[in-house]
Design a binder for this molecule. Sequence first.
Ligand code: NAD
Length: 365
Amino acid sequence: MPVMRDIFALMEKYGHEQVVFCRHEGTGLKAIIGIHDTTMGPALGGCRMIPYESTDEALEDVLRLSRGMTFKCGVADVDFGGGKMVIIGDPVSDKSPEMFRAIGRFVGGLGGRFFTGTDMGTMPEDFVHAKRESNHFVGLPKEHGGSGDTSIPTALGVLQGMRATAKFLWGTESLEGRVVSIQGVGKVGGRLLDLLMEEGARAVIADINEERVHQLKEKYGDRVELSTVTDIHRVEVDIFSPCARGGVVNDTSIDELRCQAIVGSANNQLQEDRHGDELHERGILYAPDYLVNAGGLIQVADELEGYNEERVLAKTRAIYEMLLQIYERSRQENIGTHRAADRLVLERLEKVADIRRIMLGWNGR
Ligand code: NAD
């Protein structure tokens, strides 16, 4: 008999409130929803579809990612908690409109405790089907009442992170003449490059998509240099910006970094927390990923209040001040910036939990 994992022990390890398993035979749906912490508000987080090798792998992923969302929501100062959904399946061959309608039923059944939208393997159009069944989906295409492409505020947030980093390290927020390496010039990295060019910075770029890289070189000429996917983190620059995959700061790469700071959009840039401690010891300033890439989250959270573009951009610009606060705390307490950010979120959660002890009234809960 297979050994069953103790799911309560896992929930305790990550600090979860609720885990929901969803199965629908007709569409082949197998999904797990992780609701980590709703102190700040309903859980919010993307829905990813991956052909996980096992239920255990999917469960571990949803727990880890939903916990991360609590920190991301906390630091972005949106009134939502951490949640995530994973679908076990191949996004190319296993998807159907009906599957997403089934998701609409399951998520709707949670009565507003959880909101979700696109992530790896899912597209804004998928949630148009889900939204026919319940109203708990964000990031839909504009023509369906959504806020559209999140990479616009995400890139702006990363730029704000770079400005704050420049202010902290070099005393001026100007990026003029600074050299930034960008790993991955897709939706966010590409937009970030445009913004950096407007700021008068120079860039070194690399992407597995060669065509994309050459198009950008043609567009910006001498101001952009090309590197390779294997070398991009080794180039000597002012700021290294990972905008492709996670785990970029690891045991191998950490010795090879030749930058003064790391500010990028990729999720989970530190392979483990100890790599953040090591960056701190080596004097490489690390902008916590979940803060500087929060622009997309700010946009979808705003959608739930009635989307207002100006408000989204203003909140995203505030990443600048928040990051300076975290850098200052890291300096004062002599801890890594990733730990300073975590502490700030935990303090916020405690404060909000204390306020929520005040009863709203018998009918107003
Ligand atoms: P994207 O798929 O549009 O762009 C990623 C780019 O990285 C692609 O051009 C791809 O070819 C390239 N790439 C893949 N592997 C690479 C490698 N090993 N080396 C160099 N380049 C590589 O994705 P995106 O929306 O721009 O997101 C980029 C990162 O930012 C992801 O980690 C994503 O999770 C994160 N993020 C995105 C948003 C958003 O709003 N889009 C929000 C928060 C975080």
